[in-house]
Design a binder for this molecule. Sequence first.
Ligand code: CP
Length: 348
Amino acid sequence: MRSQSIQDRSAEAMPPERRHLLDVAGYDWSALRTILDAAATIQRAIATPGWRGDELAGRRIATLFYEASTRTRLSFEIAARALGADVVSLDVATSSIGKGESLVDTVRTLRALGVDVVVLRHERSGAPWIVARAFEGSVVNAGDGWHAHPTQALLDLFVLTQRIGATDGSLHGRRIAIVGDLLHSRVARSDLHALIAAGAEVRLSGPENLVEGFDQFTAALSREAKRRDGHAAGSARLVTTLDEALEGVDAAMALRIQRERLDGGEIASLEEYRRHWGLTEERLAAHAAPSAIVMHPGPMNEGIEIDANVADGPRSVVLEQVAAGVAVRAAVLAQAVRGELPPVGGGA
Ligand code: CP
């Protein structure tokens, strides 16, 4: 068994920015590609009958979810086990967190129990950064507040590059719509960073009070991408209607109406929301490219932001997104433990 001091020395020797995945903001296309390429290798290996990885053998991964999750938590746990890790999952509801234990004390406790990686979901934006300062192993952000969901962005990018990628593998020139409740969506924010870095032209749309601030945000991101990536840069803009957002797109992503984060009054009614913002086959057929794919990060409110026949129809890659989560998260865990995550701003 490894001693605590050996663990600490090996983790401390790694620069924090190479051992934590907190955000995809600041990653350029080559950094993103480093993770996607590793995920593609793992995806091929996982598809081989009887394959079992050992890259994380002897490592202990803890999932620490202060908010509900199905896909993210299970895919991290499946990914970690596929690479040979020992996985522990803290049930926040029945843990000492209920007795008032702080987040920092909880992760220090996990470290004392030999945990190498904490996969954290938290309702407070910024919580993973606090943990990263207190925890000497690796921290992977599995979604913080409305702020960021980096591994969702990576898996969305993975599916998009496989499905509609340009010849160089990027999303250069590809048109992608993200529609719905942008305001409360950490997925939308992280996807925007990743898709623009991959060269995509992103169109955003949603009810006026659920897109607040996104016109300035998209303009700032587009300017920053242009400065960083020149002619290879993608862009994003906010448009007024769903039809405008869908015009000619190669991919359309519906966002979940986050009823648990709405405090009333944001939308008139769910029927009204579907009428204006729901992804229906009629709308897609009328506006999107004939071969356009449909995405949703899940969980879905079928019949509200996306019709059931679209979610389950031939355009849908929703379950491909879920499956991709395993390979992408395995790649992230392996790179985090090795201290080889791409640094923000290049120089890998
Ligand atoms: N997309 C996503 O984060 O799903 P879960 O909340 O089920 O993890």
